[in-house]
Design a protein around this ligand. Structure first.
Ligand code: HEC
Ligand code: HEC
Length: 414
């Protein structure tokens, strides 16, 4: 049963199953109509994204699908969904901030033990998981009631992942896990063994860098990449596109500006400056940071290829070097880093709004040599009040983004 999600995902024919729900043996068996808990399965649409996982080969042991009994109870049998959405939060203590988005309906500290086995045992003993009726587990309703502080987080996916783990446990818990005497007493306070999205860096340090680079200029992205942007980009009622003006699209009876409708809303909060000293504002910054990381907008192996940068960068532009207060990159990878198509047009266009635009260049945003009266040193010229390499371009936000992407890559040991 658990295998179904994987094998189908690979074969794409899963797409024909409109619910997108992995057809689990147990669901099929008891006909589920009534089981409220199963509703969350709708969310499996979103989960499809996670299916492109490398553990698809598991699915080849397809014989087990028919019976609903897993071939064996390796944790390998659990799909990527579990690894991504459940494991990090059930094996030890995670930083408190994670709970702003993950498992928001559950006080995980009540259940999370040192190992997933112990956590499951604890959840069962507390009555929030029902191994005889996995979809009926009240833990799932708690997930559904959660309200993540993120505009791109989907509790349905989390519900689906948790359900998968509970169903796996219903088959495998007794085989795989050793019995525990006192189920909720196995939490030594050890840190979670799950993936830590921010690597070795402290959250506070990373946020500081993120703040100065990305939050500081969020106004350049907010109109499209936020719920607020979608709100102000919502116009009159419509039945179809013909009722709407310009490029607007007709969605659910309203004309919407296409940018905010198409763009993922990873920026949190509304218009206006966020202030570091305001704790609520700082939270919005933190949430935005986790959204950016979680959406995979940063490329740890090759920071210049982070889509956070290549999307807003002038399309077709290849940076040859990048200099400024936040970074100094003289050795750029021969390939990559080039601006790509962006539904929101090129934000970092160096003032070029019409073809032909530069296709490569040195980004120089240094501010250490103001050019007042004296001439600039050889090879540099006065630009925007500073001596910078002759022929170079600058967008200070872009330069700051490189600084953040590089910093993040170091956090992750890239
Ligand atoms: C502001 C909300 C938010 C916060 C805070 C947050 N996350 Fe996430 N996290 C997300 C989103 C959104 C996703 C992506 C979900 C998706 O893929 O649909 C995600 C995904 C993940 C993933 C899966 C990553 C992957 O791509 O495989 C892990 C692991 C994770 N988060 C761990 C954490 C941990 C640990 C913390 C605390 C240190 C944390 N998150 C804090 C929003 C958040
Ligand atoms: C006018 C609207 C608009 C503005 C402003 C805008 N974008 Fe976008 N952006 C979009 C749209 C639409 C998409 C989705 C289509 C695409 O990927 O090109 C998108 C996609 C992206 C993506 C890819 C997201 C993903 O999950 O793959 C990133 C990264 C991004 N934008 C970054 C930015 C940044 C950073 C800024 C500000 C400097 C910005 N955008 C400003 C409209 C906009």
């Amino acid at each position: 049963m658990l295998l179904a999600g994987c094998s189908n995902g690979e074969g794409q024919d899963a797409g024909t199953d409109s619910s997108g729900a992995p057809t689990t043996g147990s669901d099929a068996a008891d006909g589920t109509e009534g089981a409220d808990g199963a509703d969350g399965a709708d969310g499996a649409d979103g989960a499809d994204g996670a299916d492109g996982s490398d553990d698809a080969p598991n699915g080849s042991e397809g014989g087990s699908e028919a019976t609903g009994v897993p071939a064996n109870c390796d944790e390998e049998e659990l799909s990527e969904l579990y690894a991504r959405y459940v494991e990090p939060f059930v094996s030890g203590t995670v930083p408190q901030s994670c709970g702003q988005c993950h498992m928001t309906g559950i006080d995980m500290s009540m259940y999370a033990q040192d190992t997933p086995c112990d956590t499951m045992a604890c959840m069962v003993s507390q009555g929030v998981v029902d191994l005889d009726d996995p979809p009926g587990s009240s833990l799932l309703s708690m997930i559904d009631m959660g309200d993540p502080n993120s505009s791109v987080f989907d509790v349905d996916v989390e519900h689906q992942a948790m359900l998968e783990w509970i169903e796996w446990s219903a088959q495998c818990h007794d085989q795989v896990c050793e019995g525990t005497q006192s189920p909720c007493d196995e939490n030594s306070g050890a840190a979670s063994t799950g993936t830590n999205p921010i690597g070795d860096c402290s959250e506070a340090d990373l946020l500081t860098v993120f703040w100065d680079s990305v939050i500081a200029d969020r106004g350049r992205c907010l109109t499209c990449h936020s719920d607020w942007g979608q709100q102000i980009g919502t116009f009159g009622a419509c039945q179809d596109k013909a009722d709407c003006e310009f490029e607007q699209v007709c969605v659910d009876g309203s004309c919407l500006a296409p940018g905010p409708y198409m763009a993922p809303h990873f920026f949190e909060g509304v218009d206006g400056m966020l202030e570091w000293d305001n704790p609520a504002h700082r939270d919005l910054g933190l949430q935005t940071m986790y959204n950016v990381i979680a959406l995979g907008l940063l490329d740890v192996d090759n920071p210049v290829d982070s889509s956070l940068i290549t999307k807003p960068l002038l399309e077709g532009f290849k940076p040859l070097e990048v200099h400024g207060p936040n970074t100094n990159m003289t050795e750029m990878p021969a390939k990559g880093g080039v601006g790509i198509y962006h539904g929101g047009t090129s934000k970092f266009s160096f003032g070029c709004h019409e073809e032909p635009c530069p296709t490569e260049g040195i980004v120089d945003c240094r501010v250490d040599t103001p050019c007042g009266d004296g001439a600039c040193p050889d090879g540099t010229s006065c630009s925007a009040g500073y001596c910078r390499m002759t022929g170079s371009v600058c967008d200070a936000t872009l330069e700051a983004y490189y600084g953040f992407a590089n910093y993040f890559a170091e956090c992750r040991g890239g």
